[in-house]
Design a protein around this ligand. Structure first.
Ligand code: ZN
Length: 96
C-alpha cells in the first residue's frame, strides 16, 4: 500500500484499486497526537509520582516515547483511515 514511509502507491499491487481518491489529510497526525499525548503524559505523571526522577530523566523518557510511538503509529493509522474512507465511500465535499 505504501511507497516510502507515508506516501501511497498509485494503486494496489494486489487488485489494482487506484489510491488517487484517498486523502487522509491531517487525520493520522491528529490521532497520533491524541493517543501519544495521552500515553506519554500518563507515563510522565506515574514516573513523577512513583520515582520523582530528575528532569533530564523525564526529558529522555518523554522525548523518546513521543518520537518512538509517533513513528510507530502514524503509518498504520494512515492505512486505517484510508481503509475507512474506502469502506464508507467518503469523498471530498460531499454530504449525504
Ligand atoms: Zn487491493
Amino acid at each position: 500500500m505504501f511507497d516510502g514511509f507515508l506516501t501511497f502507491r498509485p494503486s494496489c499491487e494486489a487488485c489494482g484499486l487506484s489510491y488517487d481518491a484517498f486523502n487522509a489529510g491531517d487525520g493520522p497526525a491528529f490521532f497520533v497526537m491524541s493517543i501519544v499525548g495521552f500515553v506519554v503524559v500518563g507515563i510522565a505523571l506515574w514516573l513523577e509520582v512513583t520515582y520523582e526522577p530528575p528532569m533530564w530523566v523525564h526529558g529522555i523518557v518523554g522525548g523518546g516515547l513521543t518520537i518512538g510511538l509517533s513513528l510507530l503509529l502514524v503509518r498504520p493509522l494512515k492505512g486505517v483511515l484510508a481503509a475507512l474512507q474506502f469502506v464508507n465511500k467518503a469523498e471530498q465535499g460531499r454530504f449525504r
